[in-house]
Design a protein around this ligand. Structure first.
Ligand SMILES: [Zn+2]
Length: 209
């Protein structure tokens, strides 16, 4: 688990990345870090791209519906205007931002701000997504989280699109995508014709104890 380096008396900023496929828990990990900073009394601003309105317009919401308030922005440079006098900036769904996001995050870090970025590292075709590879190159810390492949149970690092749509950005969730490991991702729709192991519904908390 990622543990934050302590803030020093003379504040210095840094960039940390949470990346992985869909259903890997990226946003949950981002929310965990956001809540820790809030408990510590640090001032935080949360941003997300204007394009991602699947769940709620002004909130970062994970698939398990935990939420915090966020500001939707259409141009990454707007983050510089809004994020003044804060300790922490958190950015979700960073893959949908423009290429300026890398420079924006570097400027924030230079100002002494802790910058936490979560996003898909690869698109549905397995290619690096948006500004994520550049951000990962300049970040101090990278956490790659994994889903579980729905076909074989190995660690999944790909978001496999179940339908033939070819555009890079196609917002959706379990209806459109499924997590797959490298091997099952390469097999493509061959697997769709085989007997598919149905993903199990996780037990509810009372059943665990
Ligand atoms: Zn697999």
């Amino acid at each position: 688990m990622f543990l934050e380096p302590a803030f020093k008396a003379q504040r210095s900023g840094w960039i940390e990345i949470i990346c992985g496929s869909m259903f890997s828990g990226k946003t949950e990990e981002l929310l965990r870090r956001i809540k820790r900073t809030a408990y510590a009394g640090l001032k935080i601003e949360v941003f997300k791209p204007q394009t991602d309105d699947r769940y709620h317009e002004t909130k970062v919401v994970s698939h398990d519906e935990r939420a915090v308030k966020s500001t939707p922005v259409s141009d990454s440079r707007h983050i510089l205007n809004v994020a003044s006098d804060v300790d922490v900036v958190a950015i979700d769904e960073a893959q949908f931002f423009d290429e300026n996001l890398t420079s924006v995050c570097q400027q924030l870090a230079l100002k002494g701000i802790r910058v936490i970025v979560a996003g898909l590292d690869m698109d549905y075709s397995g290619k690096p997504f948006g500004p994520m590879p550049q951000l990962m190159a300049v970040a101090e810390y990278i956490t790659k989280v994994h889903a579980i492949c729905v076909h074989c149970g190995n660690l999944a690092n790909h978001s496999y699109r179940k339908h033939g749509e070819r555009s890079q950005v196609l917002l959706g969730s379990g209806d459109l995508y499924e997590p797959r490991c490298r091997k099952c991702f390469e097999m493509g729709n061959i697997l769709d014709f085989k007997q598919k192991k149905q993903p199990k519904t996780p037990p509810s908390l009372p059943e665990l104890f």
